[in-house]
Design a protein around this ligand. Sequence first.
Ligand SMILES: Cc1cc2nc3c(=O)[nH]c(=O)nc-3n(C[C@H](O)[C@H](O)[C@H](O)COP(=O)(O)OP(=O)(O)OC[C@H]3O[C@@H](n4cnc5c(N)ncnc54)[C@H](O)[C@@H]3O)c2cc1C
Length: 390
Amino acid sequence: MDFRDTPEQAKWRQEVREFLRTEWPKVRPANDEDLDAPYQRGVAGDVLKKWREKLAEKGWIAPAWPKEYGGLGLGVMEQFIMNEEFAEARVPQVGGMGVSMIGPTLIIHGTEEQKREHLPRILRGEVQWCQGYSEPGAGSDLASLQTRAVRDGDDWIINGQKIWTSGAHNADWMFMLARTDPDAPKHRGITYFLVDMKSPGITVRPLINMAGLHNFNEVFFEDVRVPHKNVVGEVNRGWYVGTTTLDFERSSIGNAVGQRQAIEYYLRWAKKNGVRLAEPTRIEWADRWVEAAVARMLSYRVVSLQAAGRVPNYEASMAKLYNSELSQRIARTAMKMLGMWGQVTERERAPMRARAPMSYLATVSATIAGGTSEIQRNIIAMRGLGLPRG
Ligand SMILES: Cc1cc2nc3c(=O)[nH]c(=O)nc-3n(C[C@H](O)[C@H](O)[C@H](O)COP(=O)(O)OP(=O)(O)OC[C@H]3O[C@@H](n4cnc5c(N)ncnc54)[C@H](O)[C@@H]3O)c2cc1C
């Protein structure tokens, strides 16, 4: 593999880097050291708003979308370079699920009316979206979902429950899957809906994660009316809409860069404070450093397949599995380095404002969200190694 940029790619990388170097400091609050930490509490809303406006001016909110829908129509490598530079500069991406998931899905499967209604609002950052797939009895085996939608004239009436719905408490709209034909084979009786979160009958209940944060929720549907015009694709064919390549960038490059930056952050702190590391911890850091380089290579592998017009399969699972487990190992090594201080979670008193213990707690979910490690290993075993299903 040739790691060098072509002259055009190098020019594009320079343009992105220069923009971030000059524009991000104008928006980023001074002395907000949280932005450089491995565990961030998120960027303040007003900062994000200003940053979104700057990106919108450049047409950089949804660079992967085709130009006719307000994107840049970037190729795989150009997109990858942009994401890599954003990650290196620790600059937030602003589009959320609207830009990365539902927008591309509507561009492929949506009606003209759906595109006109939703795409401009996503580009202007006016609406937040959430994803209503998982249910208490349907996660890894998503096709077992039981939330029901029944046709009633021009509407559908939805009853059931979703769970682990990230950001539902701030969302204006949800893209979701519901069962519309309970007698059909399970993949063939599911329909894809767009649901206004203000519809009567929707209740959002917070779930607090083990780090004490409110990121995801339970969402209950009680006789929620959704107009038929909000069905995406064909009725009972929603499984295929839902599994469309929702994410245009699946190389995990942002994660891979973040791993190295996290290690650098912890080690900067140790050196600055003259922390003498016992040999096992020193050796662990060396291992983590090598592993961060491996994570990057796995990301490059995924993107080079995409750039060659191929669809990464078990290779994307390898990158996801490795990155998520590495984030946990890095947090563990940081905790070992801190010893008993790792138990202090009060930000004011703890070393590095408690970033190590918060990362330790927060990274637990990395090996569950977006497909668990067991599922990724099964994909690698079956599709990568050609082993028979167990
Ligand atoms: C931080 C976070 C954010 C999330 N955000 C969203 C969201 O916004 N929207 C949404 O819809 N969902 C979301 N989810 C849900 C996520 O997609 C599911 O948690 C995930 O798919 C696993 O499903 P489950 O929790 O039902 O676990 P299960 O599928 O019940 O799995 C339980 C255990 O059994 C193992 N297992 C299951 N099947 C197999 C198998 N075939 N072979 C071997 N082992 C198996 C799993 O690996 C796991 O260890 C989020 C989850 C997390 C952690």
